[in-house]
Design a binder for this molecule. Sequence first.
Ligand SMILES: [Zn+2]
Ligand SMILES: [Zn+2]
Length: 455
Amino acid sequence: MTAPAPQNGPSWLLHRPGDPAQVLIRGARVLDPRSDLDATRDVLVRAGEVAEIGESGSVEAPERAEVVEAEGMMLAPAFVDPHVHFRVPGHEHEEDLETGTRAAAAGGYCAVIAMANTEPPVDSAAVLGSVRDKALTEASVPVGFVANVTQGMAGRELTEMAELREAGAIGFSDDGLPIRSARVLRRALQYQRLAGGVIALHEEDPELSAAGVMHEGEVSAVLGLTGVPAVSESTMIARDCSLALYERARIHIQHLSARASVEEIARAKAAEVQVTCEASPHHLTLTDEEVRSLDSRFKMNPPLRTEDDRQALIEGLREGTIDCVATDHAPHAPEEKEVPFEQAAMGVTGLEQAFAVLHTDLVLPGVISMELLVRRMTQGGESFGIPAPRIAPGEPANMALIDLEHEWEVGAGGYESRSPNSCFAGRTLTGRVMMTVAGGQVAFRQRSFAIGAAG
Ligand SMILES: [Zn+2]
Ligand SMILES: [Zn+2]
């Protein structure tokens, strides 16, 4: 994907250079909401760019191009995830850029944005430079890196935001933690306006969430677990939207989980706050009822909430109050998860299953349309200045070929991610990514998926 970097400035997205894709995809249903296209077509990719789109059977394969017979499959613009954790530097035994981007490619993604709560955190140009360099040799899918808002993620002193921006920070975030002090966030917003790069916010009032391990409600009461009330999130969203409006700054709210949060965003957007937001596949499809199992795979922050909250998220996705889907892919080592629920680490992986989960649970039952799902899964970069990919002549090739009828069991064939903590493990899902072209290169092919060569 081309990154709209400023003249002579850094590229926001980086990956390992390789052979540009030369492939003819024949007879797929090509669905690109932004090109107003939903029809059976042949798509020719030459030198990593979309070269030609024609009626099925009308496009000739150039010599030595790969030919993919894709009748019955869907070809969509590849997805963009604005929120992943790749654990580099410091926790490479849980995920590194190679395994993380392999998981992204297997999920149909052509770009992802990595958070900065690493060890050490990405709070200096030196650390940012080192992860960006790594992406050039290890990433099969273009990765953007946010830098921290505060030094050491301590919430007190701001990082050198302008310098970090110049060094290639695609945005700023202390994700993993909220920015507790309104005074500190206000200063950060003033710098954001000057430096550019949106500030992405993990919203949680630590005074309210305290030692909570799940949603505060009926289920937590029955289980006797400490809860995190929904207002812990929504009150911080209200505060931060007010600050962003006051400072005329841009913010992106991460992983919405509650109805009250969707309502705060709707109010803020109506008041012309420059705010965007995301929701995760797990919050869109699961509720706190899952926690009755005390299975730590259902422990994440923010927690799974009620059916009413889930319905509000779906409605927000439909209406556009929620701009995009983000996985919050958070790999954890087994020893962090295979402990009693209260002690387990928070977070779940998600890149490899996101599309299939939302297709199975929301599109197939008719809750949302395929067109809407593709839209919300492709525009996650927009808040960070990365336009959604398109399938149109002259565009860089960023596309996912998906077999919508393919049934598979999550985890049965292992994971591309180095960590197995998917909350969908064992679920049978419908719809599987067969091939991903990312940044003009073939980044993934399903093992069982045969391709032919022309010429
Ligand atoms: Zn978070
Ligand atoms: Zn996160």
